[in-house]
Design a protein around this ligand. Structure first.
Ligand code: ACM
Ligand code: ZN
Length: 479
């Protein structure tokens, strides 16, 4: 299609639950009337665009906001809108997008642009991966030494690819101040996005150890052995983390805090006198139980402050963790799928009473390349995650119907080991993020066929490009 034809077609992403074209158009000057209607579901809206005016009905502010997003997508270049009747509401309440700002740092303004694009797709949870071994990005009043130790670390240069690295003018400090966090929180709130801050533990812990080498495991002679994990036997380290979580609870006025939990090796704990002393003192069976002990303690700590913990699925291995804790599934192909040896299926976590958020690497890890011809951002050892694969993402897969209510929703992940530039981040995320948004807004029961999505996406991508988004092209048609 020609660009103008593209931008005048009705092409909504995500697709509303009900859409009827009634003919004619409302001029750009048409008045928009807002009415409250308690019968409209949470975050939903009813929208009538008629030649003599536009009416939005909703039961909450989020529904009204999403009607506005739809109105923006309906607007033609001259500001007029085709007449339609729409009824719409999301299938899932948790429609998330994650951003790793540790491997490479992104400024508060870049985070705000990321939030704008989330809001334009009716996504409502920003999972801010603030902490990993490569950098601690949150200045917390109780422990300023943590951010200070990472202040100069912008992220490792991507070798052999000068265009994919920031110039020397990209200056630190490479962390967010309390004032910046407040600003981002307010910006997100205005777009009906809640922030889920993540403080990683006990693995991916190198940035804490950079500030506190004494929090690392040792051997029997006191020689340091740990470089990437918390010494769970160290009381001062645990007290430090609890101080940090206290600050995080205050800085982020939301109900859920992410406490990491993934990919923690037990090898250092096995030979560490402090970790072994903790295992004995607490009567724990082994090192797996040591991680469970830590999870249970942090979950209780957050609960006492009125917050729910969420964590990558390993943090819920073992018994005795409050079912108030939410699991974020990243491994395995679906709820029931197989996986590494320390794997417990998402279905069994749900059966035990845990709510779940599905963020499976199989479908929605946008750092993987998208299978495009001549894609510049392909690295030698990558598996591909093409658009149609992302569009097959189903948060309910492998979860028995009687446990579907345990699935709060899902999210896509943007790991940044090999993403330093905002433009590259956008290329990797859009338009695959549109597929994620539609999977979560529509849910598997009402998600349209992929071909229908592609037809709308052709228009929608042109809209993104028009806004200056560095969106990747759509895949070439299949022969
Ligand atoms: C993860 O990808 N390690 C959560
Ligand atoms: Zn230890």
């Amino acid at each position: 299609m020609e660009p103008v034809a593209l931008l005048t077609a009705i092409a909504l992403v995500p697709q509303p639950a009900k859409l009827v074209e009634t003919g004619g158009a409302a001029p750009a000057s048409a008045e928009v009337r807002y009415v409250e209607d308690a019968s409209v579901p949470a975050e939903g809206y009813r929208l009538s665009v008629a030649e003599d005016g536009v009416t939005v009905a909703s039961s909450d502010a989020a529904g009204r906001f999403y009607a506005g997003v739809t109105l923006e997508q309906l607007a033609r270049p001259d500001g007029s809108r085709p007449c339609v009747e729409i009824e719409d509401a999301p299938a899932f309440g948790w429609r998330g997008m994650h951003l790793d700002v540790s491997r490479h740092f992104f400024t508060a303004d870049e985070v705000k642009r990321f939030l704008d694009l989330m809001a334009a797709h009716k996504l409502n949870r920003f999972h801010w991966h603030l902490v990993d071994s490569q950098g601690w990005r949150l200045d917390v009043p109780s422990h300023p030494e943590l951010a200070a130790a990472s202040a100069e670390k912008r992220g490792r240069a991507i070798e052999g690819r000068p265009d994919e690295n920031r110039g020397e003018d990209f200056a630190g400090p490479f962390y967010y101040t309390e004032a910046q966090v407040k600003d981002v929180v307010a910006y997100a709130a205005a777009r009906h996005i809640e922030i889920v801050p993540e403080i990683e533990m006990p693995g991916h812990f190198g940035s804490v150890l950079a500030a506190h080498p004494e929090f690392a495991c040792t051997d029997a002679d006191g020689k340091r052995t740990g470089w990437n994990e918390l010494c769970v036997g160290n009381d001062a380290a645990i007290a430090c983390l609890e101080d940090v979580l206290d600050d995080v609870c205050r800085l982020f006025p939301y109900g859920v805090v992410h406490i990491g939990g993934d990919e923690c090796s037990r090898n250092r704990w096995r030979e560490c006198p402090k970790c072994q002393a903790r295992i004995r003192a607490e009567g724990l069976a082994d090192e797996d139980a040591l991680q469970t002990w830590l999870s249970a303690r942090m979950v209780r700590f957050l609960e006492a402050r009125g917050k729910r913990a969420i964590g990558w699925d390993e943090y819920l291995l073992g018994d005795g963790i409050s079912t108030n804790a939410i699991g974020m599934r990243w491994r395995g192909a679906g709820g029931a799928g197989g996986g590494p040896s320390n794997f417990v299926s998402a279905a069994s976590l749900a059966a035990a009473g845990h709510d779940l958020v599905m963020a499976n690497s199989r479908w929605v890890y946008f750092d993987y390349p998208q299978g495009l011809p001549d894609d510049p951002y392909v690295y030698t050892f990558d598996k591909q995650k093409p658009l149609d694969l992302c569009y097959r993402f189903d948060p309910l897969l492998g979860i028995p119907p009687e446990l579907h209510h345990r699935v709060l929703g899902g999210e896509g992940c943007n790991w940044t080991e090999r993403t330093a530039m905002p433009a590259v981040l956008e290329w990797k995320l859009w338009p695959r993020g549109c597929a994620l948004a539609e999977c979560l807004w529509c849910g598997p029961a009402r998600k349209p066929p992929y071909e229908d999505f592609l037809r709308r996406l052709e228009v929608h991508r042109a809209r993104l490009v028009e806004k200056g988004v560095n969106a990747a092209p759509l895949p070439p048609p299949q022969p």
